[in-house]
Design a protein around this ligand. Sequence first.
Ligand code: 6MZ
Length: 336
Amino acid sequence: MEDFIKKCPKVELHAHLNGSLSIETLQKLAIIKYGKSNSRFKELCDDFRNFEDHSMSECFQKFKFAHELTSTLECLREATLLAIKEFSEDNVVYLELRTTPKSTEEMSKRDYLENVLLAIKKASEDYPNILVKLLPSIDRSQGLDSAEEMFSLVLDFLEDDRFKDIIKGIDLSGNPTVGNFGVYKNLLVRAREASLKLALHCGEVENPSEITEMIEFGMDRCGHGTFISGENFELLKEKKIPVECCLSSNVVCGTVKNFNEHHFKRLLDANHPVVICTDDLGIFNSNLSSELTIAFNTFSLTIDDLRKVITNAVNCSFAAEEDKSDILKKIEAFFI
Ligand code: 6MZ
């Protein structure tokens, strides 16, 4: 089955750029940045993947490692290209990447966003089998000023003919135990008015009042949705908000005890639009084929279930209608 899933054309909707750098990619970036690869680097990579304490805070510590290696323009472009290459090698045919623009000694947030967009454009030539879109991210732990700065860059790039078809929406992510949703509402309303879609991390940790506030506000897709229950779950279903489930991420971060207890199955059984995503394949040492295989084996899915989950991903993607129909044709051809 693993081989069948690997060969299947797939759609990835929830992938954070710096979390999507495999160990091989990080090693290549270290060589570009520091000029050599050494055994200390190997140890750092092992640290990166080993979780002593399965908690959200330990997970968030890990990002610093990738951020250090993508702090130059050259490494950032290379990281973006290599991440896309690896998704393409896993037969992902449509990818929505998300990332929070950062300023470093060498680049401003504008440079960051522009170079990620340039790398996505280059990838369309180098890896023509995968179509890539971008959801610039608000990091909820960084506060409103930072989010406003990012949003004004997005509005600028939406006016730029080179990039306007690449940016499809806004992601709200970051450590869910820090900051609060309400602060970003006004900005998100303006994003909607600018025809951007909203993919919001919601209910990744237990916080019922914030979950209610977010679902009532509305979103085009919900990231994780782990702790959505009771009336909030009914409202989510009523509003038909698709949920992006990230199995390994949730189990490693300790928000779900084990794969068997993952809420993916509850959503699938409720016939709710649900998709499987990787979140941060470098950190969780996974890829989309592995995540779908885990779902397939854990929940004894049928081929029809698999097809449904992959098709759901196309339907709730932020791709243009003609792109959706091309991707659906590829998937249908595979399952015949
Ligand atoms: C919430 C997450 C996340 O933006 O530097 N990120 N936010 N929950 C998660 N579950 C594990 N995984 C990643 O990619 C890394 C950033 O994505 C967000 C965090 O803000 C993290 O710093 P970029 O490319």
